[in-house]
Write a protein that binds this ligand. Structure first.
Ligand code: RFL
Ligand code: PHB
Length: 393
């Protein structure tokens, strides 16, 4: 088959790109190794930056998000058993984030794409990228995992295939540099059927470490605690998990956390990672394929959308005005935003977690950082601007 842009992956990066390209009349096909059900059911991110919310609306995909998403005008930070509200809306000229789960975003993007006549081929296997240093690149794959061999002949290949996909590996090792930091802690995340305990997200650094209270719907809540990344989830009984949540969210003002049955639990490691550059020949990589942030800053999904917004503009300039300049600068433009998001995610992570490899001195510095957000408007504004989404420069 033949299309202008062959996209590997139907996650946030791949699907937003397909919609953005359609808007400017460029054809694209997505191939995806997982089934549609799997893509639509995997629980991941929750927080959309203000401009992503606007973009969903511009693309005609915002109706359900506006109805079911939760608009937040701030977040709560907690340490020393005390809570502090960061007034994101007040500190950023009225901007807000929306908590609308990634798999709901993906359902809307997939339904929208298919109803526009777009093609997403789910359940493929053996994805191979060819000819990215020629004018005729191609993607080979097998339908239904191991079925008939098929090929997408295209002008450009986009690796929107996550951290473990083949996209990044297709850039010759000698042409890329990878920067990485692995944290000595992970997150244990649960979904619980319980009513909301607090009106906004709570990020806490308290005795035993970090915890985060987030939401999915009025009766399903998402909570995380810092844990050993190598720990086995079978070591965490429901009682032990709730015990830790009560300790880490504990205050002295009579507030209590609402418990419910745990529907799902799992442990994820935390890492920071950047691949430079994000392009080679006619291959462009976007989203988690090119960079990973620890989830403490809620940036991963948003960065993936930022990359493909830049890429769609560059491809538009190429097809419409025959200008190569933006395409040549794709990686450089993206990396400016990527490194700022890496910095913010690292700052939130180090400030909010207990790290046994750090000295007590460093721990004290993190509490000073938290106290600065409480006492200095400049500090609070910096956090708010980053959290809600930096302007594109
Ligand atoms: P994805 O979502 O991994 O999608 C890549 C897709 O490519 C497919 N694929 C292939 N397809 C065909 N052939 C192959 N060979 C393929 N190999 C892979 C995969 O099946 C997959 O469907 O990457 P993308 O599109 O770059 O999107 C990135 C985001 O998913 C990720 O950054 C966020 O989920 C990160 N994240 C968060 N981001 C936020 O912005 N806000 C948050 O609040 C937030 N919370 C989180 C998070 C990630 C988490 N986990 C599980 C790591 C919370 C958690 C717990
Ligand atoms: C989530 O709701 O899953 C979530 C929210 C905020 C984060 C990370 C994850 O920083």
């Amino acid at each position: 088959m033949r299309t202008q842009v062959g996209i590997i992956g139907a996650g946030p990066a791949g699907l937003f790109l397909a919609h953005l390209l359609r808007r400017v009349g460029i054809s694209a096909v997505n191939i995806e190794s997982r089934s549609r059900d799997d893509v639509e059911e995997t629980v991941r991110a929750g927080v959309l930056e203000h401009w992503v919310v606007e973009l969903m609306q511009e693309l005609g995909l915002g109706e359900r998000m506006l109805r079911e998403g939760h608009f937040h005008d701030g977040i709560t930070l907690q340490w020393n058993r005390e809570r502090h509200h960061v007034d994101i809306q007040g500190l950023t000229d009225g901007k807000r984030v929306v908590v609308y789960p990634q798999h709901e975003v993906l359902k809307d993007l997939i339904a929208g794409r298919l109803s526009d006549g777009g093609e997403i081929i789910f359940g493929v296997g053996g994805t191979t990228i060819r000819g990215i240093d020629t004018a005729r690149p191609a993607i080979d794959f097998r339908r239904d995992g191991t079925g008939a061999l098929d090929t997408i002949d295209c002008d450009y290949v986009v690796g929107a295939d996550g951290f473990h996909g083949p996209g990044r590996q297709a850039i010759p090792a000698k042409n890329r540099t990878e920067y990485q930091k692995i944290y000595p802690f992970g997150w244990l995340g649960i979904l619980t059927r319980a009513p909301r305990s607090w009106h906004e997200l709570i990020y806490t650094n308290q005795q035993d470490g970090f915890a985060l209270l987030s939401t999915r719907s009025p009766d399903v809540q998402r909570l995380y605690i810092q844990c050993d990344p190598g720990d086995d989830i079978s070591n965490w009984s429901d009682d032990r998990i709730w015990g830790q949540f009560h300790t880490r969210f504990g205050t002295d003002d009579g507030w209590s956390l609402t418990e419910g049955p745990i529907l799902q639990k799992g442990i994820i490691p935390l890492r920071s990672f950047v691949c430079e550059p994000m392009q080679y020949g006619r291959l462009f990589i976007a989203g988690d394929a090119a960079h990973i942030v620890p989830p403490t800053g809620a940036k991963g999904l948003n960065l993936a959308v930022a990359d493909v917004l830049v890429l769609s503009r560059a491809l538009d300039a190429k097809y419409r005005g025959n200008s190569q300049d933006l395409l040549d600068r794709y990686s450089a433009i993206c990396l400016r935003r990527v490194w700022k998001a890496e910095r913010f995610s690292w700052y939130m992570t180090t400030m909010l977690h207990r790290n046994e490899l750090e000295t007590d001195f460093e721990q004290r510095i993190h509490f000073a950082d938290l106290d600065l957000v409480r006492s200095s408007q400049a500090s609070a504004r910096s956090l708010a601007e980053n959290y809600v989404g930096l302007p594109f420069d």
